[in-house]
Write a protein that binds this ligand. Structure first.
Ligand code: KIV
Ligand code: NA
Length: 266
């Protein structure tokens, strides 16, 4: 099986085949999801909250994501790997966006980049695409702008539905190969999905997007606390790892680990 490329994603949309994207930040996650047949892996700036212990994605830098991208791209044999452009690494100018995206592409860290923003990002998207860099858009709730948006809130309600559509159409016209829609009402996401030729990827955007994306630690139940409404937990990795750590510690305390077979006797 060869590397997933843009034509595969477009043809899945034509055939009405829905697909799943997951984030990945390290070797094992990338290897496992790749072997499970996930066609696109995102090295998200959600590494801020899921790897680095920040409260938001705002503090994440290119230097934070580069080693994670290297690990994911070397481990994923088939999946297309998309690198998120972090806050502050592309908004200053199209030239800044090109310099940042070029670093990810030239060092073989990713096969495409993702950036947040709609019509306002058209000059950046156009320059990247002209330079040969595939761009995934991201509209609706855009976490890097959470301070402007007033926190984690659903976008595209009421009159916002028109802006969502305008942003999506502008990104497609600028050359994006796909667009993420985050936390928007399902009917608006459906209208966008019908209007676009490129795939839409939803997170909290209802069932009618061409694809879905989740942060893997949310999907697999590694994260603690209350998950957002749009998350479905497919495993309880947090419970599994907690049990494993406790059982290991108890064995050590009881002197039952290491046993004979775990030891070298000569
Ligand atoms: O950083 C991220 O994980 C994302 C997805 C949720 C789309 O941007
Ligand atoms: Na992100």
């Amino acid at each position: 099986q060869r590397r997933v490329r843009i034509p595969h994603l477009l043809s899945m949309k034509e055939k009405g085949q829905k697909w799943a994207m997951l984030t990945a930040y390290d070797m094992y996650a990338a290897e496992i999801f790749d072997e499970a047949g996930i066609p696109v892996l995102l090295v998200g700036d959600s590494a801020g909250n899921n790897v680095y212990g920040f409260e938001t994605t705002v503090p994440v830098t290119v230097d934070h994501l580069v080693p994670l991208c290297r690990a994911v791209t070397s481990a994923a044999k088939h999946a297309m790997v998309v690198a998120d452009l972090p806050f502050g690494s592309y908004q200053a100018s199209p030239q800044q966006a090109l310099a940042t995206a070029t670093r990810f592409m030239k060092e073989g860290l990713a096969h495409a980049v993702k950036l947040e923003g709609g019509a306002a990002m058209v000059p950046e998207v156009e320059l990247l695409v002209r330079a040969g860099i595939p761009v995934m858009g991201h509209i609706g709730f855009t976490p890097q702008s959470e301070h402007v948006l007033g926190g984690y809130r659903v976008q595209g309600r009421g009159a916002g539905a028109e802006k969502l559509m305008d942003d999506a159409l502008a990104l497609e016209a600028a050359g994006c190969f796909a667009v993420v829609m985050e936390m928007v009402p399902a009917p608006g996401a459906r209208a966008v999905t019908e209007a676009l030729h490129i795939p839409t990827i939803g997170i909290g955007a209802g069932p009618d997007c061409d694809a879905q994306v989740l942060v893997w630690q949310d999907m697999a139940g590694l994260r603690g606390g209350r998950a957002p409404r749009f998350v479905k937990k497919y495993a309880d990795l947090r419970g599994t790892l907690t049990d494993a750590a406790r059982a290991y510690a108890a064995d050590v305390a009881a002197g039952t680990f290491p046993a004979e077979e775990h030891s070298f006797w000569e």
